[in-house]
Design a protein around this ligand. Structure first.
Ligand SMILES: NC(=O)c1ccc[n+]([C@@H]2O[C@H](COP(=O)([O-])OP(=O)(O)OC[C@H]3O[C@@H](n4cnc5c(N)ncnc54)[C@H](OP(=O)(O)O)[C@@H]3O)[C@@H](O)[C@H]2O)c1
Length: 187
């Protein structure tokens, strides 16, 4: 939680825990329509989307959502010329509560949606983390979902280490090998 707000992360990873390739591009092997639908529908229900400067959920409803774009290019909080209903936010210069207040977001959840550093800084405060996995995809040398994911640690290891527990595995697209597990913080 951050104050009264739940914090819910959303990602799709390859079988080796990657969110993008070595160049920071999300390859088609981890893009899936069924996952996108679940993701976009979930973002319609949150109050604030948070992501790094190179990430964005895309889609026709993105322009309606309140968002914080994480960047070191400004000192604390600044207008975002690139997106509507959005502010630039540097976590070293302002608390997230200040950024959300400046954004004028309604009550509701905060949804971090990447990339690696942004997913990682919220690890201590996730109430839930929606971990989709494309089992047929591998991205050697790619960008991991969390700092430290790699040969010695899976995304699940990192979530468990931060006090989250897995729910049931749900098939989103059986033919494509895409599943979703929601990890939740135990009370
Ligand atoms: N598979 C998925 O579900 C998923 C999810 C998200 C992203 N992706 C993919 O991953 C790719 C790249 O991810 P990424 O991790 O390289 O990019 P990212 O987090 O979207 O952007 C990185 C930038 O965000 C800012 N930033 C990150 N952490 C910060 C911090 N702690 N404080 C201040 N600023 C911070 C910095 O911006 P400045 O350079 O402006 O300072 C940094 O250069 C994206 O292109 C996207 O395609 C995939």
């Amino acid at each position: 939680m951050i104050g009264p707000r739940r914090v819910e992360g959303y990602v799709i990873v390859s079988s080796d825990g990657m969110i993008a390739d070595i160049n920071g591009v999300m390859p088609p092997s981890i893009q899936n329509d069924a996952d996108q639908k679940v993701f976009q529908d979930a973002l319609d229900r949150v109050a604030v989307v948070v992501h790094g400067r190179h990430s964005h959920e895309g889609g026709p409803r993105a322009a309606r959502r309140k968002r914080l774009v994480v960047t070191r290019q400004i000192a604390a909080i600044a207008p975002d010329p690139a997106h509507p209903h959005s502010l630039l936010w540097n976590p070293d210069g302002a608390m997230i509560e200040q950024a959300i207040a400046a954004l004028g977001a309604p009550a509701g959840a905060i949804a971090p949606i990447g990339g690696t550093e942004v997913f990682s800084i919220f690890l201590p405060v996730y109430d839930a983390f929606h971990l989709s996995r494309a089992a047929h995809a591998k991205i050697p040398g790619g960008r991991p979902v969390f700092v430290g994911v790699g040969p010695d640690a899976t995304p699940e290891d990192v979530l468990a280490r931060h006090g989250l527990k897995p729910g049931p595995r749900r098939a989103l697209d059986a033919a494509a090998g895409v599943t979703l597990v929601i990890w939740e913080r135990s009370p």
